[in-house]
Design a protein around this ligand. Structure first.
Ligand SMILES: NC(=O)c1ccc[n+]([C@@H]2O[C@H](COP(=O)([O-])OP(=O)(O)OC[C@H]3O[C@@H](n4cnc5c(N)ncnc54)[C@H](O)[C@@H]3O)[C@@H](O)[C@H]2O)c1
Length: 310
């Protein structure tokens, strides 16, 4: 049993990951300032091995003793996404980069940090060429830049495994409807229409349970420290248009129109190879079809226009 410190534990990924870590038999400490859904950890909070701290991951006095008593540190606290970072740039730098670098500085070589970077760090990919971990990073937004800078500091120190996560999808106790699959399925379900821009821009996607399972895999494989890995569902390097076609299969009355009404701040257009992590024995296995099906079941429970980061 390990003691695992998770910052941003009440967030979209954290509130799925923490119950799984408790089931695995670990002791979990969550630090979150509860920017969004205050009840996302209500049930895990009751577990005897779970400690919930409402606090700021930038607070050195708070974090130092917590880091000292942890075997594994998973820094998820974040202003997540490019639009939110642009709204408060100094907080984005403080939380997304400096607080992560602080975790790294306060940790020792026998502690493992597992960090989610983003594969939006690849920026604009080249047509038909898969981005792997050797592909130069070219983050465009502030969000992409600070995530990549934090990842570099962690890898330089050597006691971290970093994941360049694909765009995550699926249902969580802290719903996020600003993520592409979730957003389009939501609109298809309630509005029956989406206007697509950059319709043929491609990205890789990852089911939220596979994201959590990737972290659990890394906990078992501390010898991989010093490595970064792309982490996505290899069968889903999909354009927005292809994603809409998948949604249409399950919601046949859904229509999409193409019009250049906007652009992605991160210019995400790339295809991703997940061969490196798959070569180590971890493969994301849950499909986008499954995620859409789950979302369609869960969406009637959500009020409209809640649960976006911006
Ligand atoms: N969801 C994705 O598609 C995706 C993809 C790539 C990388 N990631 C990374 O995974 C991590 C988690 O993402 P998420 O989707 O769960 O985001 P999220 O926005 O749902 O969760 C972030 C959590 O951090 C908390 N937080 C923010 N500032 C804090 C602070 N100063 N102190 C303590 N807590 C603070 C928030 O309250 C929230 O609960 C982020 O680092 C993100 O960059 C996510």
């Amino acid at each position: 049993m390990a003691t695992i410190l998770v910052t941003g534990g009440a967030g979209y990924i954290g509130s799925i990951l923490i119950p799984k870590l408790l089931i695995d038999g670990h002791k979990v400490i969550s630090v979150d300032n509860l920017m969004y859904e205050p009840t996302s950890l209500l049930i895990p909070a009751l577990h005897p091995n779970c400690e919930i701290i409402i606090g700021d991951a930038r607070d050195r006095e708070l974090m130092k003793p917590l880091i000292e008593k942890s075997d594994v540190i998973i820094p998820l606290a974040c202003l997540t996404g490019a639009p939110l970072c642009n709204k408060d740039k100094s907080a984005a730098i403080g939380v997304n980069r400096d607080a992560v670098v602080m975790c790294s500085e306060l940790s020792t070589s026998n502690q493992l940090i597992i960090y989610p970077c983003t594969n939006s760090g690849y920026g604009v990919g080249q047509d038909g060429i898969y981005c792997d971990e050797t592909t130069p990073l070219n983050p465009i937004s502030l969000y992409g830049r600070v995530k990549v800078e934090a990842e570099k500091a962690l890898l330089d120190k050597g006691n971290a495994i970093t994941f360049r996560l694909a765009t995550v999808f699926g249902v969580s106790p802290r719903p996020r409807l600003d993520l592409l699959v979730n957003d389009f399925t939501y609109r298809a379900f309630f509005d029956r229409a989406v206007i697509l821009f950059e319709a043929d821009f491609k990205r890789n996607y990852l089911h939220i349970d596979d994201a959590a399972d990737g972290f659990r895999f890394a906990i078992q494989r501390p010898e991989l420290a010093g490595n970064c890995f792309n982490l996505g569902y290899s069968e889903a390097n999909l354009s927005k248009r292809e994603l809409c076609i998948l949604i249409q299969k399950q919601l046949p009355r859904f229509v999409y129109l193409i019009s250049e009404i906007g652009e992605d701040i991160d210019k995400r257009n790339y295809i991703i190879s997940n061969n490196k992590i798959e070569g180590e024995g971890f493969k994301a296995k849950r499909s986008v079809d499954l995620g859409i099906k789950e979302l369609i079941k869960a969406l009637p429970l959500l009020k409209r226009n809640q649960f976006a980061n911006i």
